[in-house]
Ligand binder design. Structure first.
Ligand code: NAD
Ligand code: LMR
Length: 327
């Protein structure tokens, strides 16, 4: 299993690369960034784990060297938010960064699983799909927007109410997109079920929707979530790799192109969105089945979903348009 981190020298990239270097599922880890990759690579190379490691800058065909032979490419490249910014404010810079990296994927490792972390995820995933489609290499089963941090936050924040010992034992689907009101936690679908007092539900839901803002505000100009994101990105990557190696029964919420995944058409029809985060069953080929749990949402959650659809549709169209009609 060759894993690549693009944006490896950044706030997310470094701890994510550390976790991947220590992961027994990874045989070869390649790091790519426009700055500082040699230092990060040298540092991680002293860790006595099985993964062989190398790192590249853009010079001397660095991107090609990093991506060639990759089985999984994880992309946290791009600028993060500062207080007062929305994720959509990052589009101008990050859209081009993601487009360039996906062009590299299409050329050097078209069969790899691609996990997009760079914001705005609601637009960068459609950008990635359009670039891969233009290159004749789009496989929707292998392209994922990483929304695991929303799930991790929901698991953590609900613990204050449930008091369970291990928050990760409560599975909470978080669906929709990855920005503000497009993030829709479905606490009614938690397993095991959770009993949330009515007066606390709104506050809890808003905290999940604005979890990113909480960290941006606390970091006060020094960026957004990096360590919790590295944890979440690693958790999702590990599950994709476990499924690729034959482990069955893995289901994770992730932002996918619905018409390309079994079960996705009905969800696309119901939501009016071709891209949506839903619980997805993972298999050897990637996303093997999208689970439609929208019908099981309660009235409160259905209202949240109605708000989600409009904003998400606009974000998706913006990403598609960026590739089809370049500025
Ligand atoms: P950062 O600025 O610390 O790191 C980004 C890295 O990307 C830098 O090292 C930079 O040199 C590198 N980079 C820039 N252009 C590149 C290119 N063309 N090729 C390769 N590398 C390139 O930022 P960060 O805090 O690590 O955040 C990265 C991105 O992840 C941001 O867009 C942020 O909004 C997003 N993010 C997403 C989630 C999520 O839940 N999906 C969570 C947190 C952050
Ligand atoms: C997050 O949810 O923490 C990330 O999307 C980063 C951000 O800008 O909030």
């Amino acid at each position: 299993m060759k894993a690549v981190v693009a944006g490896a020298a950044g706030g997310i990239g470094q701890p994510l690369s550390l976790l991947l270097k220590a992961c027994p599922l990874v045989d070869h880890l390649s790091l790519y960034d426009v700055v500082n990759t040699p230092g990060v690579t040298a540092d991680l190379s002293h860790i006595s784990s099985i993964a062989k490691i190398d790192g590249y800058l853009p010079a001397d065909d660095g991107m090609k060297k990093a991506l060639t032979g990759a089985d999984i490419v994880i992309i946290p490249a791009g600028i993060p938010r500062k207080p007062g910014m929305t994720r959509d404010d990052l589009f101008k810079i990050n859209a081009g960064i993601v487009r360039g990296l996906i062009e590299g994927v299409a050329e050097h490792c078209p069969d790899a699983f691609v996990l997009v972390i760079s914001n705005p995820v609601n637009s960068t995933v459609p950008i990635a799909a359009e670039v891969l489609t233009a290159a004749g290499n789009f496989n929707a089963k292998k392209l994922f927007g990483v929304t695991t941090l929303d799930v991790v936050r929901a698991e953590t924040f609900v613990q204050a109410i449930t008091g369970t010992k291990d928050p990760a034992q409560t599975v909470i689907p978080v669906i929709g997109g990855h920005s503000g009101e497009t993030i829709v936690p479905l606490f009614s679908q938690a397993k095991p079920s959770v009993d949330i007092p009515k007066e606390k539900l709104d506050e809890l839901t808003k905290r999940v929707q604005q979890g990113g803002d909480e960290v941006v505000k606390a970091k006060d100009g020094a960026g957004s979530a990096t360590l919790s994101m590295a944890y979440a990105g690693y958790r999702f990557a590990e599950r994709v790799m476990q499924a690729a190696k034959g482990k069955s029964g893995i289901v994770e919420s992730t932002f996918v192109y619905l018409p390309g995944v079994e079960g996705g058409d009905a969800i696309a029809k119901e939501t009016g969105c071709n891209y949506f985060s839903v619980p997805v069953e993972l298999g050897k080929e990637g996303a093997v089945k999208a689970h439609n749990i929208i019908g099981s949402a309660n009235e409160y959650e259905k209202k949240l979903l109605q708000t989600c659809y409009g904003e998400l549709k606009g974000n998706i169209e913006k990403g598609i348009d960026f590739v089809k009609n370049p500025p």
